[in-house]
Write a protein of this length. Structure first.
Length: 368
């Protein structure tokens, strides 16, 4: 558990594992972050702190939501605080992936990254309480960023100081969404590789289970992003319903908060759009693969049928001259064999020429 006092100017003050006893300064707020196990162990102390500083504890239903390690993204609110649960990408390297997600860890390496964990965020007027899994990289990133003398943004320049719990919550969510945006590139490269293999006419695909896992993973990712979008949309609607601020400075901060919220929603919609496009591309590649295989089988059957049609008259001629009659034309002639062979050759050439004009023997041409 870590507690930070974040002021409008200067670096954040690290209070360590101590819970705050007094309300923050008028221009600052507290950020209390803990893991899910720490939240369960110190729930009475946290409830007492919230009752002392914010005059209201968490309701039991929200406590259950924060303790639930499989809860999808959702938003809920009371008259005193807002609760946002957001699914972030888990880190397999840090041991964040649970055994319950073992099915999602099969297949190509890119699929091992589509494992999510919920992060709970409770927003008060002057306090932000976050409940995250163990070894959360988002938590570690923002701790380092806020405790540094000069915060650095993602572009390497000086970042604007966060000035409210809601603003910090949106920054956390935006950082989680950026992980999904980076995941798009790996998914695109993997599916492009599979498409090239599927569209190869002579390809023999054996890892259909990996392709099926990829489609299921994309569908799962689509559902995760839909839940995220619904949660942020509900937050934006609740933000619009907040009473207007009397001071112009506070009203401007409120407008900036709405802008940041819409920006987060736009990032999520980009991920949803890209995931659905990848799903369609994967489905189209599989259908085109079977279409190519069907066309190849049709070409083979057409060639075999044409060859059979060429040899049918030859078999008929051979069968006629093989009859056990005493008087058959050309049988008793010295050059009868060569006349029969010449006739069979002429019939073959005529049939081959006919089938060639009908384009039954043409090979498929590849596009340049």
């Amino acid at each position: 558990m870590r507690t930070l006092h974040i002021a409008a100017t200067g670096p954040a003050q690290d209070l360590g594992e101590e819970l705050p006893l007094a309300p923050p300064a008028a221009t600052g707020f507290y950020w209390v972050s803990c893991t899910r196990s720490e939240f369960a162990a110190q729930l009475p102390a946290l409830q007492s702190m919230l009752l002392r500083l914010c005059r209201v504890p968490l309701v039991d239903l929200h406590v259950s939501d924060l303790l639930n390690a499989q809860l999808p993204s959702n938003y809920d609110a009371t008259s005193q605080y807002d609760l946002l649960v957001f699914q972030r990408l888990a880190s397999a390297e840090s041991g964040d992936a649970a055994p319950a997600d073992a099915r999602a860890l099969h297949g190509p390496p890119v699929l091992t990254r589509i494992v999510t964990r919920p992060v709970g965020m409770v927003v008060f007027d002057q306090l932000l309480l976050t409940v995250h899994p163990d070894d959360c990289p988002v938590h570690a990133y923002f701790l380092l960023r806020l405790l540094s003398e000069q915060p650095i943004d993602a572009r390497g320049g000086p970042a604007k100081r966060t000035n409210s719990p809601a603003d910090l919550m949106l920054r956390l969510v935006n950082h989680m969404v950026d992980g999904y945006l980076e995941l798009r590139r790996d998914l695109t490269r993997q599916l492009d590789h599979w498409q090239s293999a599927l569209l190869e006419p002579k390809a023999r695909i054996s890892n259909w289970s990996a392709i099926l896992d990829a489609r299921l993973a994309l569908h799962q990712l689509d559902e995760i992003c839909e839940d995220q979008r619904a949660a942020i949309q509900e937050w934006i609607e609740a933000l619009d319903a907040w009473p207007a601020e009397s001071m112009p400075t506070l009203q401007r901060e409120r407008e900036l908060l709405k802008v940041r919220s819409r920006d987060v929603l736009e990032h999520i919609e980009r991920v949803v759009h890209h995931v659905r496009r990848l799903e369609q591309s994967a489905e189209t590649a599989v259908q085109m693969h079977f279409s190519l295989q069907s066309n190849r089988a049709n070409d083979i059957m057409r060639t075999l049928t044409t060859i059979t049609a060429v040899f049918l008259p030859l078999n008929l001629i051979a069968a006629v001259f093989g009859m056990n009659f005493e008087f058959i034309p050309l049988v008793h002639k010295q050059d009868g064999f060569w006349w029969a062979m010449a006739g069979m050759g002429v019939v073959s050439l005529v049939l081959i020429s006919y089938f060639w004009r009908k384009r039954y023997l043409d090979r498929l041409e590849r596009a340049p």
